[in-house]
Design a binder for this molecule. Structure first.
Ligand code: ZN
Length: 408
């Protein structure tokens, strides 16, 4: 089936309902909006609703009505990797990695870019824009190009070189901004109101966020609808976390899964406004932040989305944590060596947070734990190993092989 079962936009604060249109906030209370679906159909027909592969397999639970608008570069359908060696190292019974690096531009953002750009087509826009630390920029630029739309991409001045190259390749309109995400996003969000471009930001667009819900649907299908006990998701402003939690909730309400996994919100310590508020039981106090190696998590003021994350953590009895840059880089190396998964620092922050929560005995290691690793390591900027080459003859080559592997 390819019919979308989306029915309304609903305000998460006052419950106000709106027809499916391009609307970013509740008219009455300015609350954020979320999409609602025909749960009765979901309940009745079950997962047999889905057909095909990749992200659009989940078209019935996505808000794009016309199949002609469903732009794709082959996103979704990423692996759920059982990681027994890493699990042993961390002292966990079973560790699953939802690795989103294999997406077309190397990140989870491709899920939200697919539905964002499809929505831009659905609502008749010719241009898109986003403020990005690198991943969202290259993803939105690529999907805009694929759909024949212009994209105006604002990129973080400290974005890694591979991310900048990727953005420069996929859009003619790349603008580098000074400072961090927080320094531009408020100004840019005000321009969204003028509708000069389609909003591809993470602050308010329910259509964009919805693409990431497919993470939950994939994890559920890949575990035969007995999802893991715990899911650790990255949080900058909260889009991936909220969307994943929404997906699991929807499936529980439709009776597809028995319960929503314990959701863990993972942040970088240098941008931990939400984890702090959770720990202290206070409202979110925006942070003035600097650089973190987890570039994609470098947001100090998560705004209303951050409040939504806190609310979900409360409702779902979840957990939040953060990890220092050094811990993130350490776990990045560990994951590559132990499991062969080369992921970027933004992507492995979840794993570093998991390690901390286990050390602090905040999580039960006897559970099945799933960690979302949101980006490839191929866009990481880091110091190169030596390029000093060695010239060999037969004897020296043989000697080296014996030295390295002789006792293997
Ligand atoms: Zn409202």
């Amino acid at each position: 089936m390819t019919e979308s079962l989306a029915r309304h936009l609903a305000c998460i604060d006052c419950g106000g309902r709106y027809p499916l249109g391009y609307r970013l906030e509740c008219e009455r209370c300015r609350g954020l909006l979320e999409l609602t679906y025909d749960l009765e159909r979901l309940r009745k027909e079950g997962p047999a609703l889905f057909s095909g592969t990749g992200l659009w397999r989940y078209a019935p639970v996505l808000p794009i009505a016309d199949p002609a608008h469903r732009v794709t570069l082959g996103e979704g359908g990423t692996p759920l990797l059982d990681c027994p060696r890493l699990a042993a190292q961390l002292g966990v019974r079973r560790l699953l990695l939802k690795f989103d690096g294999p997406n077309p531009t190397g990140t989870v953002k491709d899920r939200s870019s697919a539905t964002a750009i499809a929505a831009a087509l659905q609502f008749g826009y010719r241009a898109t824009s986003v403020v990005s630390s690198g991943n969202a920029g290259s993803s939105i630029a690529a999907y805009s190009a694929r759909a024949g739309l212009r994209s105006l991409i604002f990129a973080y001045e400290r974005a890694s070189a591979p991310k900048l190259l990727h953005m420069a390749a996929t859009t003619a309109d790349l603008v580098i901004y000074q400072g961090v995400y927080d320094d531009l996003i408020t100004l840019w969000d005000r321009l969204v109101e003028e509708r000069l471009f389609f909003d591809c930001g993470a602050s308010r667009n329910a259509y964009k966020q919805e693409g990431k819900k497919t993470l939950a649907y994939e994890i559920a299908e890949q575990t035969a609808f007995t999802p893991p006990d715990v899911v650790v998701a990255p949080v900058a402003v909260g889009e991936t976390f909220i969307a994943t939690a929404r997906g699991f909730r929807e499936m529980r309400e439709a009776g597809w899964i028995p319960r929503v996994p314990l959701m863990v919100a993972a942040q970088a310590t240098r941008a931990n406004a939400i984890a702090r508020a959770f720990r202290d039981g206070t409202p979110i106090r925006p942070l003035k932040i600097g650089y973190t190696v987890a570039e994609g998590l470098a947001a100090g003021n998560p705004g209303k989305k951050g409040e939504w994350v806190l609310r979900l953590l409360h409702d779902l009895k979840g957990l939040a944590g953060d990890a220092e840059d050094e811990e993130i880089l350490d776990v990045q190396r560990l994951l590559a060596r132990v499991e062969g998964v080369w992921a970027g620092p933004t992507g492995v922050a979840t794993l570093a947070v998991l390690r901390r929560l286990l050390a602090g005995k905040q999580l039960d290691p006897a559970q099945t734990i799933c960690v979302i690793v949101s980006e490839t390591g191929l866009k990481t900027e880091a110091e190169l190993p030596s390029r000093q080459g060695t010239a060999f003859d037969h004897d020296s080559l043989r000697r080296l092989v014996l030295e390295r592997l002789g006792s293997a």
